[in-house]
Design a protein around this ligand. Sequence first.
Ligand code: MN
Ligand code: MN
Ligand code: MN
Length: 289
Amino acid sequence: MLVDLHMHSTASDGVLAPAELMARAAAAGVDLLALTDHDCVDGLAEAWDAARSHGMRWVSGVELSAQWQGHTVHVLGYAFDPQARVLVDALVAVRDGRWQRAEQIAARLAAKRMPGALEGAQAIQQATGSDPHSPPARPHFADWMVQAGHVRDRAEAFRKWLGAGKLGDIKQHWPALPEAVQQLRASGGVAVLAHPWHYGFTRARLRRLLRDFAEAGGRGIEVVNGKQSPEQVAVLARLAGEFGFLASCGSDFHHPDAPWMALGAMTPLPASCAPLWADARFAERVSGL
Ligand code: MN
Ligand code: MN
Ligand code: MN
């Protein structure tokens, strides 16, 4: 059975619309999947309809950003009720915060004689097919600055204006890790720590994160994220066993031009792992069985 529980559509930063994404997953031979857009569940209804029409098994999904010890980490949520008030309210608060941040960046650029940044960045963002309700982010501002002739390239935009410690570096407020886990659990879902290697943590810090995640009520970790090396996968499989986590896997697909994260094409999950989809509570929330 081919399982892919991590992918993005135009509801966040992916380039394919949810229905297109499902068609592509079906063509890749995926049997069970979840759409996991960043801090957004708007694509789920369309994805579910399409997944059903392709005869794939499907479960609700989302990828929440959360704050842990001054770092941003990602928490995958599965099998929750997408209309649960606690989750809907939390996602609205995050989106409002991102709009405020975009407005602040634009105001600061305007004060430096770069007016019209918000509209410009939005136009660039929407040219990528992105949801018009989602605010532009720093790469969109950077591309606008190039287009408007304020800088030569994206790198200069970040170096002078948008990068760490510069005027456009306005921190986004994410929920604390236990809060994000609680939002998912209160919505009937399970929380899975996404791509534990991506944070660049030392082994000791990674263990602290896993311990805190388990204490917060996290149930699993993403043992396989895309075409990770078998060595990295093996370490995570061991850690999952040690902490009693269920194991998940996903491509983290964003766009078709990145063959290193093709739909359904992942390093295999080691046989020693307890797969998330074999868990009874998860399995009973899977549609299309
Ligand atoms: Mn992304
Ligand atoms: Mn992520
Ligand atoms: Mn992702």
